[in-house]
Write a protein that binds this ligand. Structure first.
Ligand SMILES: O=P(O)(O)OC[C@H]1O[C@H](O[C@H]2O[C@H](CO)[C@@H](O)[C@H](O)[C@H]2O)[C@H](O)[C@@H](O)[C@@H]1O
Length: 264
């Protein structure tokens, strides 16, 4: 196959081009781990305002079929919410930044929020009322405070969440993201999720390719790299990211995935 500028993988970064081309030519050699917000989907003003392109679920299904099922979604969203995005298809998935999982056997591992955490979320919601346009996203065993619509509250949001992280105790940890500050279960990360998927068929023995855009994806990038795979960050190149390649936008990634389906 020749590489020219009409091909989505012609990015003039030899390692990135090689990885993307190899996924097209050898789909059974790779295991693909995809983040959702800012990666598969464009960022939206609020968590519920996301637009899911009509062809995306089916395209992922086709690609997953070509990869014999070794395609997983690894997201900060609650697993059951994320599942809805790809209806009618169901993929292996990790939610809450690795805290929740469903592997290829269909076994669902969800985290239940203890009563104390439910009370804490209620108190957080009440305090957040004092910050107009700051949104609380209740994700069950995690909670996010979004300031995309109220950027001037960034520092207050962070200070409030640091206070709540102390109240929540060691089973929860603070997760910073794009215009968001979250409390999530501490026991797992996206790296753990990737490793758990990689321990079993059809992922086992393949090269992991992790694609994401945010701080939470860095552990999964590092693990994919360490396992002899590859990592791609969506957005501008960043000196502090350990992703090995970059793709500019979710639209560019979706174009590439569509190309991979047509040509693999
Ligand atoms: O790991 P991801 O799948 O990327 O999830 C990370 C967080 O994404 C969501 O928030 C982000 O996307 C929103 C919709 O585009 C946007 O409004 C917000 O500013 C972003 O931070 C989601 O709401 C969070 O629960 C996820 O943890």
């Amino acid at each position: 196959m020749t590489t020219d500028d009409s091909k989505p993988f012609a990015r003039k970064t030899p390692a990135l081009d090689a990885a993307l081309r190899d996924l097209v030519e050898n789909p059974l050699a790779w295991a693909l781990f995809l983040d959702i917000d800012g990666t598969l989907l464009d960022l939206a003003p609020t968590p519920d305002a996301i637009h899911v392109p009509a062809e995306l679920p089916e395209n992922l299904h086709h690609l997953s079929t070509r990869m014999d099922g070794a395609l997983a979604i690894v997201t900060g969203r609650a697993l059951l919410y994320a599942d809805e995005i790809f209806q009618p298809f169901e993929f292996p998935i990790a939610g809450l930044h690795g805290g929740e999982m469903r592997g290829t056997d269909g076994h669902l591992l969800l985290v239940e929020a203890p009563t104390a955490f439910a009370i804490l979320k209620g108190n957080l919601l009440a305090e957040a009322q004092n910050m107009p346009d700051v949104l609380v996203e209740d994700k069950g065993a995690a909670v996010a405070l979004h300031y995309r619509l109220a950027p001037s509250f960034e520092q207050e949001v962070e200070a409030l969440m640091r206070r709540y992280a102390k109240k929540a105790g060691p089973d929860w940890t603070l997760q910073m993201g794009k215009k968001v500050c979250e409390l999530r279960p501490a026991g797992a990360s996206k790296a753990d999720a990737l490793e758990r998927f990689m321990a079993n068929p059809p992922f086992r023995g393949r090269r992991p390719l992790a694609i994401g855009d945010d701080l939470t994806d860095e552990t999964m990038f590092a693990t994919a790299n360490a396992m002899g795979g590859y990592s791609i960050r969506i957005g501008r190149r960043s000196a502090v990211s350990c992703a090995r390649g970059t793709i500019q936008s979710p639209q560019d990634l979706r174009d590439y995935l569509a190309f991979a389906i047509e040509n693999s």
